[in-house]
Design a protein around this ligand. Structure first.
Ligand code: ADP
Length: 822
């Protein structure tokens, strides 16, 4: 496979050989008596080659030099003297260089697509012809002693005609054939060639030189530039050859002596030039027309597609108000097919009360008074009322008269509805300030709530104020310091600009009247569909009252805490005081009881009945007082978290019996039925016997205390039949009972029922709280079941020895020690 470079050099060499051969032929066929050839197709061939291949400057130059050599050789072979041959060679080369140079000036590719291109070809050909004419004329005059003018004009015309006829072929080889050859091509070819042969036939007596031209025109109009270029060449070759052989009208005229030999040549060139210019001009014009038509067709197609795929309604109305064209969207809105709408008056089909397009009220197209922007509500079947925004444009004719109105309507119903909804939401938020800004901080949105909170009207701040102006400047400065920024709007949106979805914090707004409001402001970014930040939206709630209330609440809580601390300290002091007073009372009281016992025993001599009775009363009250003191001391310990039980394995039956005896001693005077039911078997538990006895004693003394004479007090101690790991001590009575509402409260310290207070039943309100503390201290529990005026039952449940349960509180046996003190 040969490279394109090599191909070009080969083609160039062959062309140069052709130039030489054609040159020899032309010299040979030169009319007798003429110093130059009748026709010089070699020049046309050389130019056509350069135009067809359009090589770079280096190759073009080489080719031109080749033309010089081959033309000189042709002249020499044709029998011309050496110097003349060389000079003719130079003249030929100069002509080729000039024509090619003009056709490709300013980097232009050689082409024949417009009349301008044709003019350029003609101008280049004429210039080239002038160059060859000048040089050939000078050569003929100076070297051959011929006439300058005759030689110059003959050379110019023979070369010019050749270039004009053959050069287009060089350009046309690059043009693609657009239509398939048809019968018409054959007929036209036969006609052109046949007519030319007939006209230039040897025996043709009539001056019919013009006759091939209609055939060429036919080809130019119907078959394109390529065919015309080829046919021009054929017509040239036929006419020149046959004229050279003495045929045709021009040779005939010479034969009869009407014209000189040079004139025959000039007439032949004139005929060829006329045929070429006519045919080429028509071919170029018709090619241009076809291209323009194709372009127009594709533009019409494109605009049709654009119209039909447009989401907007497009309606073209002519000056009389008649619809000239409309697209599918418009037809859909008008509720009829396009072909039924075109030709109807717009005023009759627009489903709107105020009709435009040459209609009264809407302005007239001819006067240009239809507004360029308008909004209309259309009642569209099946879609209801649609809100359309129209943009109108006038079309004018060459005289500037308005001929049509192009109406482009966008259906903005849904967008308007959404906007109205958002506006309604913004306006409904009367207590919440919603403020929008652009990226620069200039306010773009200021809702009713913002007006309420800040006292400014939207119209006063939108588009003019920077948001940071409604803030407390000192606060902005402080925050700017924290963030390391300059004070200003950036401080408010720094986090959001940095990528945070929202930022919520308290700020101080300064109202128009100068008042300050604390607001909780949530700032977020507004982003477009591509996610780019386009502005900011802040939602602020006035929290001034809430923050004030929170501060007040905090102050109150601090005060409360302080008061509690003070009261706790006071309570501790009081407990300590009660504890120490109780201690101090117990010792002398024990002494009083001891002396009373001695008196009863007769240590001071026998006592009378009356004296014994009084001593017994001293002993009873002293014991009650001692019991109270014991309760107070125990309570102090419980309060201080120092109950300090000393558990050991003991029989609960013994504990219960001991408690029963001590209570019976104190209440022997009371007329009560007493019943004891204690398990005959030992009830082993892990416990502190002294504390447990105190517990049972408290329950029994309550039962006795709150049961009037004649009632019954019962003490039961048994294994718990509902729970095998527990024992139960149940103290019940038929006394005054406890209202249900007080059942839980009776175990609270210092609680005394109203009934107990009203009936002046003595007591401290500590007994049951001590019972619960001791029961729970042993891992057990106490409960009450009571009905007013029927009686009460207190049940203590304690875990048996070895069963699981909370470890009894244990310590240094303090409780026992204190018991021993008494
Ligand atoms: P005190 O007996 O010293 O008042 P307690 O703590 O022992 O204090 O009892 C608290 C209150 O519970 C009593 O004031 C009384 O109202 C009520 N209460 C306790 N035991 C009985 C009972 N057996 N019958 C009726 N009420 C009782």
């Amino acid at each position: 496979m040969t490279s394109p470079r090599l191909q070009w050099w080969t083609a160039a060499a062959l062309t140069l050989v052709g130039v030489c051969v054609l040159g020899v032929t032309s010299v040979h066929f030169a009319l007798p008596g003429s110093t130059v050839a009748l026709w010089w197709p070699a020049a046309g061939l050389a130019v056509a080659f350069l135009l067809a291949t359009d090589p770079g400057p280096r190759r073009s130059t080489a080719f031109v030099v080749g033309v010089l050599v081959s033309s000189a050789a042709a002249n020499a072979f044709g029998g011309r003297p050496g110097l003349v041959s060389v000079l003719y060679g130079v003249a030929n080369a100069a002509e080729v260089a000039v024509v090619h140079g003009l056709m490709t000036a300013r980097g232009r590719r050689p082409r024949l697509a417009s009349m301008d291109d044709l003019w350029r070809l003609i101008a280049a050909t004429l210039t080239g012809a002038a160059v060859i004419g000048l040089l050939a004329g000078l050569t003929a005059h100076l070297v051959l002693d011929g006439s300058f003018l005759d030689s110059a004009s003959a050379a110019a015309s023979s070369h010019g005609a050749a270039v004009l006829v053959i050069a287009p072929l060089g350009i046309a080889v690059g043009i693609r054939r657009v239509r398939r050859p048809a019968l018409e091509d054959l007929v036209q070819w036969v006609a052109v060639v046949g007519v030319t042969l007939w006209v230039f036939h040897e025996d043709q007596p009539l001056p019919l030189a013009f006759l091939p031209i209609p055939g060429l025109v036919w080809g130019a109009l119907r078959l394109g530039l390529r065919t015309v270029a080829m046919q021009l060449l054929v017509v040239c070759i036929v006419s020149v050859t046959m004229t050279g052989l003495g045929g045709g009208p021009f040779a005939a005229a010479r034969e009869v002596g009407t014209i000189r030999p040079e004139t025959v040549g000039a007439l032949t060139q004139a005929f060829l030039a006329t045929a070429a210019v006519t045919a080429l001009a028509l071919a170029v014009a018709s090619t241009q027309r076809r291209a323009a038509l194709a372009e127009l067709r594709s533009e019409v197609e494109l605009s049709g597609v654009v119209l039909d795929t447009a989401a907007s309604a497009i309606i073209v109305v002519d000056v009389s108000g008649t619809i000239a064209r409309l697209n599918a969207t418009a037809a859909r809105l008008l509720g009829a097919p396009e072909d039924q709408l075109v030709g109807r008056r717009a005023a009759d089909v627009f489903p709107v009360d105020v009709r435009h397009a040459a209609s009264p009220g809407g302005g007239s197209i001819a006067d240009g008074t239809v507004p360029l922007h308008e909004e209309q509500d259309w009642h569209v079947a099946g879609l209801g009322v649609r809100h359309l925004v129209w943009t109108n444009a006038y079309l004018t004719d060459d005289d500037g008269r308005r001929t049509h109105l192009v109406r482009t309507g966008a259906d903005v119903t849904d967008e308007r509805a959404a906007r109205t909804f958002v506006e309604a939401v913004l306006e409904a938020a009367t207590a919440t300030a919603i403020i929008g800004t652009g990226l620069d901080g200039v306010i773009t949105l200021f809702n009713r709530g913002a007006e309420t909170v800040l006292g400014w009207r939207a119209a006063e701040v939108v588009g003019t104020h920077d948001w940071s102006l409604v803030h407390d400047a000192a606060e902005i400065e402080r925050r700017a310091d924290e963030l390391g920024l300059e004070p200003g709007f950036e401080v408010l949106v720094h986090r959001v600009r940095g990528g945070a979805a929202t930022e919520t914090r308290d700020w101080t707004f300064v109202r128009q009247d100068g008042a300050r409001r604390t607001v909780s402001l949530t700032m977020s970014g507004i982003r477009d569909e591509s996610g780019a930040l386009t502005g900011y939206l802040g939602v602020a709630e006035d929290v001034t009252r809430r923050r004030q209330a929170e501060v007040a609440l905090q102050v109150a809580l601090d005060r409360e805490r302080q008061a509690v601390e003070e009261l706790t300290a006071l309570d501790r002091t009081k407990s300590d005081f009660v504890s120490s007073v109780s201690h101090e009372l117990r010792t002398p009281l024990a002494s009083v009881l001891g002396y009373a016992e001695m008196l009863e025993d007769g240590a001071a001599g026998p006592l009378t009945e009356r004296q014994l009775e009084l001593v017994a009363r001293v002993d009873r009250n002293g014991r009650r007082l001692l019991s109270l003191i014991e309760d107070l001391l125990l309570h102090s310990r419980i309060e201080a978290g120092r109950l300090e039980l000393q558990p050991r394995r003991c029989d609960l039956s013994d504990v219960v019996a001991s408690a029963w005896t001590s209570v019976e001693t104190v209440t022997s005077q009371r007329e009560l039925v007493r019943e004891v039911d204690v398990s005959p078997r030992p009830l082993w538990i892990e416990g502190d016997p002294a504390a447990l006895e105190r517990m049972v004693t408290n329950l029994l003394s309550n039962a006795v205390k709150f049961t009037p004479d004649g009632g019954r007090v019962t003490l039961v101690a048994h294994p718990d039949d509902r729970c095998p790991d527990a024992v139960r001590v149940v103290v019940s009575d038929t006394g005054m009972g406890i209202p249900r509402a007080d059942h839980e409260r009776v175990f609270a310290r210092f609680f005394r029922s109203n009934a107990a207070n009203e009936r002046a039943i003595q007591g401290s309100g500590l007994g049951l709280s001590i019972v619960r503390a001791i029961a729970e201290g042993h891992g057990g529990s106490v409960s009450v079941d009571s009905t007013p005026d029927v009686g009460s039952t207190f049940t203590v449940s304690l875990p048996v020895s070895g069963s699981a349960g909370p470890a009894p509180a244990s310590a240094s046996g303090t409780y026992r020690d204190h018991q021993d003190d008494s």
